[in-house]
Design a protein around this ligand. Sequence first.
Ligand SMILES: [Zn+2]
Length: 213
Amino acid sequence: MLAESRRNHPLSKIPGTAVFFRRFGDNTDCLDYIKRRRWGDGLEEFVCPDCSHKHGWWLRKRGLVECRGCHRQTSPTAGTLFHRSHVPLWKWFWTMHLLAGCREGVSAVDLAEQADTTYQTAWTLLQKLREAMRQRNELPEHKGLTKTAETEAKRAILGKCHAVSPKHMDKYLAAYMFRGHYKGKKARFFDRLVTVAVEAKPLTFKELTTGAK
Ligand SMILES: [Zn+2]
């Protein structure tokens, strides 16, 4: 029991590849992790979307929370960035793992190779996560970059990702600033990314490609 609860606590350090796949290689494990980030270890923050009852059971095998009041079953991914994604959760987690672990960011070409996806899927995963970071750009150091810092950031971004359309640049800048904020704290960055994705609204491909608001 203790081992089980310890296993699911926030990461104390970013796992290496083998440990990552032992822990997040399975959809159920990813769902469990999202559930904990969203509603707490013991579902303390769970509220049924149907009847507002505050108690639920975790049906681990099904990856759903069942409301004790009306018995409606809710997925931890409902209404989050992961909502109805056709991409397996481990690929989302692997993307967040790479984003948190790489010093210079991740390009869609790199991700497509690492996660065995098409370029478009990799691009979409990264853009969705960048957009979620842009929406949660509440950290004080994200508020305003000096002109010099912004020029430097853009140079680094273009060096890594080559062609970035100006309408998407603010997403790349948000990711760049998150990375700067969590420098040397990869595990915290990873946890923060999961939280940011949980708190973000689901995004359609169309919303992503039409650019920032
Ligand atoms: Zn209910």
